[in-house]
Design a protein around this ligand. Structure first.
Ligand code: ZN
Length: 185
């Protein structure tokens, strides 16, 4: 099942996601999230982006060509993820977001991280990531913390995109995928 993607302006995107009770049945949801992500041509999707305020995100960066990095097999579900550490030098990399269509900008983040998470079979993992993999994880992890990448831009950049963000919030945006706008009344 393909969900519509919740678009900027919906308060669910600003909420910290709840932990998922251990061993609950999430197989169908995880599979739907992958399907939704592929339908929108994304490399990551977090549960708040389909309106669910829970600590779950999926990533498939295996099709990305990244210089100096082997992205093979980088397809994972992160359940109840907990960022343990972000470290090393800062890198500035361009990001975009399915919930904020047509806006892309450089975001500065640490280049290494260590994260603990369950997979969709409730196996616990603790792993380190770097480069593009770390970057995708950081972006999605932000989503389950209620943070959007636009909040990490410098104040001047934020002002420059404010008008575009307002348009998106009001539904004045087009994408190839189904979107869900927040209803203001
Ligand atoms: Zn995003």
């Amino acid at each position: 099942m393909v969900y519509p993607i919740v678009v900027f302006g919906d308060p669910v995107l600003r909420k910290r996601g709840q932990s998922i009770p251990l061993n609950s049945d999430i197989a169908a949801l995880v599979s739907d999230m992958f399907e939704t992500m592929y339908a929108a041509d994304g490399v990551g999707l977090a549960a708040p982006q389909i309106g669910k305020s829970i600590r779950l995100f999926v990533i498939d960066g295996s099709g990305l060509e990244v210089e100096g990095e082997d992205m093979t097999g980088f397809r994972k579900a992160f359940v109840n993820a907990e960022m343990l550490e972000e470290f090393d030098e800062f890198a500035s990399i361009e990001e975009g977001c399915l919930s904020i269509p047509h806006i892309r900008d450089n975001v500065k983040r640490r280049s290494h991280l260590r994260i603990r998470y369950y997979d969709e079979q409730w196996q616990l993992h603790e792993e380190s990531f770097t480069g593009m993999k770390a970057r995708i994880i950081q972006h999605e992890y932000d989503h389950i913390e209620g943070v959007l990448f636009t909040e990490r831009l410098k104040p001047l950049k934020k002002r420059l995109i404010q008008r575009k963000l307002d348009d998106i919030r009001l539904g004045k945006v087009n994408t190839d995928y189904k979107m869900k706008f927040f209803n203001f009344r």
